[in-house]
Design a protein around this ligand. Structure first.
Ligand SMILES: *Cc1c(COP(=O)(O)O)cnc(C)c1O
Length: 425
């Protein structure tokens, strides 16, 4: 059930009318629902119940400390892509022992930090990275647990910017090079190959490409076992999509169905080839955990009728929410207070000085200057992708819990934005 709904003509988050939040905290503000967050995590956790499985939330989707803390309390692990994200996990009370570190460009300092915190595993993406990690771990007198991110070369059928599992992508080790790369890892004294992973793309509505990738990982695990390289976990990556509400959009596969198919496939394989001995399974969902748990609340500054288009100019912009400008993403826009007047067609745009600064195009809206709008399904890749372009402070973030509203990130103050800058003497 969605935690964002109109009641008596007013859009609510749980039991809180959104205009109360705008009055108290201003706009633009990201508004998240605690109940929605916990329900999304539970869809993964309950499908994993009773198994050796770990849900590592891909925190680049939304890394607010309060969100991380709520998930950590549910037992979540975290998929990180930088040293900064590891420090956030620690600050939020997460367990570094449940952290996996992904990304193609890990620095020596980031490797050291992760080894100091004894993270669960490094997801390594190239041979030079193996050598660097071996050297860093060796200098610390440690052994690093590694998994190779294998690029299974399956077509995830998603936007080119969020497809990551094709030969043409910068991510992972090519499937055909995987065995040789594992041999290289096993030969390095300060590395211990413990797992295998993939992540083929984002906003996948169908799980068929993921199951195809799983079959490729199984093939590699079997081939490695024959050489005496025994892996202890299999990491399916993230990528399950959400419904953004566009007309004609396909429904995303339900999380429970997808995990059920993964476990059925794995159980059958383990029964046939390993006498039923289980293997740990890791998932790295990002968008599926937070995407539909948040909206971006914004106020209409001006209505600007034009010869070809009408513009609805709001106080949120591409610096707050980049998905439309970056991926031409379609995002639903809903008025907070419903009006009886006839709607007109608007492009919803921000104040930033770029023609690419739009949030939604050609939407039928009954709005007036000063009205509040909500950009729906903005919980993932919203604030985390935001910038200070045009010296705009980042939006505030709040978490709604019933009729309680918790401010979890203050609005940035313009003076903070240039506080690190200095003049020439
Ligand atoms: C971004 C990312 C994820 C999460 O992707 P979603 O589509 O948000 O689920 C998982 N794993 C890795 C390695 C990523 O880079």
């Amino acid at each position: 059930m969605s935690q964002f709904f109109h009641l008596d003509g007013v859009l609510h988050a749980e039991a809180t009318p959104l205009h109360h939040i705008a009055e108290q905290f201003g706009t633009p503000t990201y508004v998240y629902s605690k109940a929605a967050l916990l329900a999304n995590f539970d869809a993964f956790a309950s499908a994993c119940a009773g198994r050796d499985a770990l849900v590592c939330y891909a925190m680049k989707a939304n890394s607010n400390l309060a969100i991380l803390n709520l998930l950590a309390r549910q037992g979540a692990g975290f998929d990180i892509v930088s040293g900064g994200e590891l420090l956030r996990v620690v600050a939020a009370g997460g367990d570094p022992g449940k952290v996996i570190f992904s990304g193609v460009g890990k620095s020596e300092a980031e490797m050291r930090l992760a080894l100091e915190h004894d993270i669960l595993c490094f997801n390594v993406e190239s041979i030079p990275e193996l050598h660097r990690l071996n050297a860093v771990a060796g200098a610390m007198g440690l052994t690093a647990r590694v998994s190779l991110r294998v690029n299974p070369n399956v077509d995830a059928k998603t936007h080119p910017y969020i497809a990551t599992g094709l030969k043409a992508n910068k991510f992972g080790v090519a499937f055909d090079d995987a065995l040789a790369t594992y041999r290289a890892a096993a030969a390095l004294p300060h590395l211990e190959p413990v797992g295998i992973d993939c992540h083929i793309g984002s906003q996948l509505l169908d799980d068929a490409p993921l199951l195809e990738a799983l079959d490729k990982l199984i093939e590699l695990i079997d081939a490695l076992a024959q050489e005496g390289i025994v892996l202890h976990h299999l990491d399916m990556g993230g990528g399950i999509g959400i419904n953004y509400g566009e007309a004609g959009e396909d429904e995303p596969v339900p999380v429970g169905d997808y995990l059920g198919r993964v476990f059925a496939r794995i159980d059958a394989w383990r029964a046939a080839s390993y006498g039923g001995a289980p293997i740990k399974v890791i998932f790295e969902p990002g968008r599926a955990i937070v995407g539909d748990t948040g909206v971006l609340l914004t106020r209409v500054e001006y209505l600007k009728p034009g010869a070809e288009k009408n513009f609805c100019i709001v106080d949120a912009a591409m610096n707050d929410l980049m998905r439309p400008a970056l991926y031409q993403a379609w995002m639903d826009v809903r008025p907070v207070a419903l009006r009886d007047t006839a709607p007109a067609l608007y492009d919803v745009v921000g104040p930033v000085c770029e023609s690419g600064d739009w949030l939604a195009r050609e939407r039928a809206l009954a709005v007036e200057q000063g009205d509040l709008l909500a950009i729906m399904q903005a919980g993932a890749y919203g604030l985390t992708m935001s910038s200070n372009y045009n010296t705009r402070g980042r939006a505030a973030e709040v978490i709604v819990d019933g009729d309680h509203v918790h401010l979890v990130r203050e609005r940035e103050n313009p003076a903070d934005l240039f506080a690190l800058e200095s003049l020439l003497k």
